[in-house]
Each structure stands twice: as C-alpha cells, then as structure tokens.
Design a protein around this ligand. Sequence first.
Ligand code: GLN
Length: 490
Amino acid sequence: MSSTPLTWLTAAQSRRLLDAREVSAVELAEAHLARIEALDGDIGAFLHVMADVALAQAADADRRIAARDVAPMTGIPIALKDVLVTTDAPTTAGSKILQGFRSPYDATVVRRLREQGAVFLGKANTDEFAMGSSNENSAYKPVHNPWDLSRVPGGSSGGPAASVAAGMATVSLGSDTGGSIRQPAGFCGIVGVKTTYGRVSRYGLIAFASSLDQIGPFARTVEDAALLLGAVAGHDPHDSTTAAVPVPDYAAALGGDLRGVRVGIAREYNVDGMEPGVSDAVGAAIDRMRDLGAEIVDVSLPHTEYALATYYIIAPAEASANLSRFDGVKYGLSVEAPSLRETYERTRGEGFGPEVKRRIMLGTYALSAGYYDAYYVKAQKVRTLIKQDFDQAFEKVDVIVAPTSPTVAFGLNARTSDPYQMYLADVFTIPANMAGICGVSIPCGMSEGMPVGLQILAKPFDETTMFRVAHAYEQAEQWKDTRPAVGSLA
Ligand code: GLN
C-alpha cells in the first residue's frame, strides 16, 4: 500500500490501488467523508454532503471493480459545484431562491460520471448563480481558503476548489464564465481548467451567461484534470452548443518536454495593481519553460484591455434573460401575494441576493430599447476583436502564458464593499471566455505564503497541447506536492 494518506491520493494513484484491490472505493469514500466532517466546519466548501449516496455508490464501484468493469472515474470521490443539477441531492446555485430544490434529472456531466461509477461526495459551495470572485456571494456561507482561513478561496467555484485543495475531494467539477474555475484554482494552489466553448455539455448546468459558461475540472495534478475532462467531455444531443469534435485521450498524450513549443507572452497581461510576488513567480515560470526547451515569443493582444468592460455588458445581459425563469411559479421559492405580478416581485425581491440583483439591473438596462445598440451590440463587436487578437497570436505560438490573477487570495471582506475591485480579480481570465478558447491554471509559486497561479491558454479544442505544456512544467517543479497545513493531523 502507498504511504500517502487516502485523502491525498490523486485520481490516477487511486485508480491503480483500486484496480489492484489494495484499497476499496468504500475506504476511499469513508476517508473523504471523515475529512469533510473534521474540516468543513472551518472551510465551508460543501452546501450539502451526500454521505449515504457516496457510500452506496462506493459499494457499487467495488462490485464493478471486482467484475473488472472499470472506467477511469470508477470509485473516485468527486465534489460537484452546486450549479450542476442532481437527482439525489438538492441543487441551490448558492441562492435562497432555490433552497431545497430537487431536479428531476441529472446534468449530462453528472450522468456520465454516475454511469462510470464515480462517487459523489456532495454539492460544493458557490457564489450565488456563479456571480462572484470570492465565494462571498453565496447565500448560505462563505468558503475559507485552506491555505489561510482568513482569506477567500476565489470564486465563483470556491467550494469545488477548496474541497480539492484541502484533501476533502480527489477532484471536482466547476463552471467558468469569466474565470470561476481558473481564478479559485490559482488562489487555492491547484489545477483548474476552463474548457473550449462547446467541449463539455451544459445540459443541467444552471445557466449564468450562455455564450460564456463552460464546465471544467479541478484537480491537484494535470494528469487528474486530464482524466476527469476525458470522462465528461464530448457531444451531447441535449446541448446544441456542444461540438461534434472527437475527445482525445488527454491523459495518454501527456509527457515530454517543451522542445519546439512556442510559448507566447502578451505584454497586455501586465496591469497596474499586479502584485510583485505574482509577477516574480510568473517570470520564474517562464524562465523554467525556456530551460525546458520552449521558445518564448512576444505576442500582442491589443483589445484585452476592453475585455472586462465588455464582459460586464454581455454577462449581465445574458444573466438577466436566464434568471427570468426564477419567478416563484416554476421552481424553488414562491412568496404568495395577491396578484401574479406581486408574486414575481416578492419572490425575486426576497429570493435573490444583492449581487444577482445588480447584474439583473445592469443586464436589463443594457438590453433595453434605445440602449441595446449602444451597449450590447457594441460589446459583441468588441468581443469579435478580442477573439481576432487570439486567432492572430495563435498563428505564431502554440500557447499563451499569463498570470491567472493579478494578486494572491485576498482577505475575507476585503473587497465586498467595492464591486469594481472584486471584478478586477478576473481581468486576466475573462479574455479566454470572450474568445471561447481553453485555458488552465496551475500552481507556479508562492507569495505571502499563498499560492500563485499560472495560466496557460491554447487554441479552441487544443486541450491536448494545453495539458502537455502544463504537465511538462508541473513535472519540473515541486508545487504539486506543496499542500496547505490545514487539518494536517486529520
Ligand atoms: N467573477 C466573474 C463574475 O463575477 C466570473 C464568474 C464566473 O466565471 N462564473 O462574473
């Protein structure tokens, strides 16, 4: 048996031990549930723990393993962001308006994992409707960063990130509309992937901004992220935005160094307010990539500076349309009132939190008659320019490397009174969503005792190159073995 505690095994290591019958899926599930019990009171990563479901799934997984009917995720303990609908647990999207809501069907990614015999530990905390960068917009509770409990884990997928970083889940799934996987992965010192638009089905993902939302994996290693993405990616007849592009064996393609790889550095990814500790760590990572054989090439993405402003037109506009379905009639909270109109008003008034209301107001304004052309149509045009910048850059380079965020994880409550400061946390992640390309955040160093994230962006549907570059760098460094001290005795 390996000497690594069960809760720190990677999915790849767990696979080998499970298949060799050296550890059972039930033992793995029990170890994770015990750690959640011990630590999650301090961290707050879970909104709902699925202990009974997990133990039953683990017993099934052990039977499948005994019968040699095994898929990559059979028996692997997974946390699911609470925007992914599940039949056997509530789904709230971090909102009071969906408190206690049960979906009659599973999201496609959930169904695919269930069919593979994965083990669902629980529904992970999130900013309400995935709107936020710190998880402080959850209507239920904040999440504390496992590296320093006084700091945020990032958001909106703070729960999925913190659960994996703290050894409470082996891997997890989140969603990324403007950075909500990569930014918390960076803040928590783990790997997080924003997949190409169209790579993973969003059927059963509670929609925030439909032209931007993507589901993707969190893991402690690049290999695990590749394995989990392979398990959920691919065309889905229930989501017409998924592409009929074959899913490569991402994990099998890992290996090798960076010889011949052209790594682009964009001068625009350097903003006022960038912490020196972040620039230093990212600079050292670029030097390391050069040592590993990469050719470092300057590229220009001149419209990047407009990405944040454009996002805050397009994302709220789409959110205002998507969230109109929460009206007190069809789902969740329903506040009784004398008329239908008042039912809508009171349900939405009481059910939505302040950030969600702000987005609905911004979006409704941007879409209203007289403003639509000035804001929404113009933003879409700028979006095209942002995408063209990437198309041109990717003619010269295989990947583009940048910091994931300008700072390390900030303190709880440090930015809650200033939405603009909060929005700036995503200045480096939003352009990839605007362009529809893929990107991963991997740990690349420490600053102030907190992890720094390195973002590696690649062409649409070229997750293979993105993973290969990330893996080559990861293997040459120690960051994947650096863990937070939280609950180290547990
Ligand atoms: N933080 C960004 C926002 O608040 C991105 C959120 C996300 O990717 N879901 O909109």
